[in-house]
Design a protein around this ligand. Structure first.
Ligand code: AP5
Length: 211
């Protein structure tokens, strides 16, 4: 099963990817997570990506395409969820070439529709655990249990979840990524989901479609 999750920043792509990967043992391919890991490891790709991410801009297409090509090719046919890629029409065309070259196709394209005001609230409140990567809203930090450390979670706020960068990311999404909705609408497996529903209800909609 190969899926594509698309939608604006904060629409729930990462949250739903994690739920589905736990359920089906498929691989979560998040380009944002890959870049954050590369930044932590201070690799050349990471340092290059950071200069764009800090400003809320997109990393150049060719850098992202090369990264995804290497990851998808290394999966040897194992199912995956693409989260945050493609984000431009040239990236979508490169993905089509890559998948057809590997004899693969997308079995589902899910678009999470969420209004701007809700996105801003969610992103401003998002906290991520340094140890287990769990993502929660600031209101839920005290209730969170760490999946890898009995001392509890160590939450931080992403640099690009600061107000001025959030506004830029949403603008970049509207200008450069939203045209992809038209690109994928004709795919018979395209589904627009109301991403403002509680996360467990969104998950149920995805499960129903997959089944
Ligand atoms: P990336 O990390 O991909 O960020 P993003 O697409 O902006 O998406 P987010 O991770 O912010 O949001 P999400 O939809 O996953 O929401 P989440 O589930 O966390 O990319 C970061 C940067 O990397 C980009 O800006 C760019 O510079 C670069 N980059 C990455 N890919 C690239 C590409 N292909 N090309 C070029 N550059 C690229 O949820 C958010 C919050 O809401 C959480 O707190 C969560 O708990 C909460 N929440 C989730 N669902 C619900 C719900 N249903 N109800 C209530 N709360 C919810």
């Amino acid at each position: 099963m190969n899926l594509l999750f698309m939608g604006p920043p904060g629409s729930g792509k990462g949250t739903q990817s994690k739920l589905l990967c736990d359920r089906y043992s498929i691989v979560h391919l998040s380009t944002g997570d890959m870049f954050r890991e590369a930044i932590t490891n201070k690799t050349e790709v990471g340092m290059r990506a950071k200069s764009y991410m800090d400003k809320g801009e997109l990393v150049p297409d060719q850098v992202v395409i090369d990264l995804i090509r290497a990851k998808v090719t290394s999966l040897s046919g194992k199912g995956f969820i693409l989260d945050g890629f493609p984000r431009t029409v040239p990236q979508a065309i490169a993905l089509e070439d890559l998948l057809s070259g590997l004899g693969l196709k997308l079995d589902g394209v899910f678009f999470f529709d969420v209004q701007k005001e809700i996105l801003v609230n969610r992103l401003s409140a998002r906290r991520t655990c340094r140890k287990c990567n769990q993502v929660v809203s600031a209101d839920d930090v005290s209730k969170a249990k760490c999946a890898v450390n009995s001392d509890g979670c160590d939450f931080y706020q992403r640099d690009d979840d600061k107000p001025e960068v959030i506004a830029k990311r949403i603008q970049v999404y509207q200008d450069q990524t939203s045209p992809m909705i038209e690109y994928y609408k004709s795919n018979p497996n395209f589904l627009k989901i109301d991403g403002t529903q509680p996360a467990d209800q969104v998950f149920q909609v995805i499960l129903n479609k997959i089944s």
